[in-house]
Design a binder for this molecule. Structure first.
Ligand SMILES: O=C(O)CCC(=O)C(=O)O
Ligand SMILES: [Fe+2]
Length: 215
């Protein structure tokens, strides 16, 4: 096996393999387990046309439901979402600093105010979409733990080519900002059984995206 190297699938998009230590991965899994319990339980997001997402989601800081952010989860139980912990925002600052290096203005000023925590079972997918419900163009920081997935990262124009398919493995960091902030991206498939149960996740995949809502 060749060592997985950092790659830049598009301008402003950076994949950093193996960014989270095994300890950090365990910490994130344990935290996600707590967040999944409440005050707003993790659930399959209902879509406006009646479908449900195959992914299960819980939000911190702000609650995302198609296609806006609110403080309370009115489509779930009406509760206010849990706060975004400072340690996670700090991971976001470190992620931006390490992904972009000197080319990014002031990573210390990166202040994400929401996180979407997504759980993918073996059959879950996420169609190609843009993260565009935020009113700020700060980068999105994505952390993955558990089963490997195929992540498709495309262009800002449409769901077609050019795009790059890469594998996000447990512990990987992916950051997209700048010219790629509004690029289409999605998860065509998860590769069941590829995660290490030592993370605390016996099956499935967790992905946490940190964002700045601008609200
Ligand atoms: O699961 C992933 O890697 C991507 C998640 C995503 O695109 C989203 O939550 O908007
Ligand atoms: Fe997204």
């Amino acid at each position: 096996m060749t060592a997985r190297e950092r790659s830049y699938p598009a301008p402003g998009a950076v994949h950093v393999p193996g960014w989270l230590s095994p300890d950090d991965q365990r910490r994130l899994v344990a935290a996600c387990r707590e967040w999944a319990r409440g005050p707003v339980p993790m659930r399959h997001t209902r879509l406006p046309r009646g479908g449900v997402m195959s992914v299960q989601t819980v939000c911190l800081g702000w609650h995302w439901s198609p296609y806006r952010y609110t403080r309370t989860a009115d489509d779930v139980n009406g509760a206010r979402v849990a706060a975004l912990p400072q340690w996670l925002a700090e991971w976001g600052r470190r992620a931006v600093a390490e992904a972009y290096g000197e080319s990014y203005g002031d990573a210390a000023a990166y202040e994400p105010d929401t996180a979407l925590v997504n759980f993918y079972g073996a059959e879950a997918k996420m169609g190609l979409h843009q993260d565009k419900d935020e009113r700020a163009d700060a980068p999105v920081v994505s952390l993955s733990v558990g089963d490997t997935c195929v992540f498709r990262f495309g262009n800002t124009e449409n769901r077609g080519k050019p795009y790059t398919d890469l594998e996000l493995v447990s512990g990987d960091l992916f950051v997209f900002g700048g010219a790629s902030r509004y690029a289409y991206h999605g998860v065509p498939k998860v590769l069941p059984g590829t995660g290490d149960p030592a993370t605390g996740l016996a099956q499935g995949r967790l992905n946490v995206t940190l964002r700045t809502t601008g609200m």
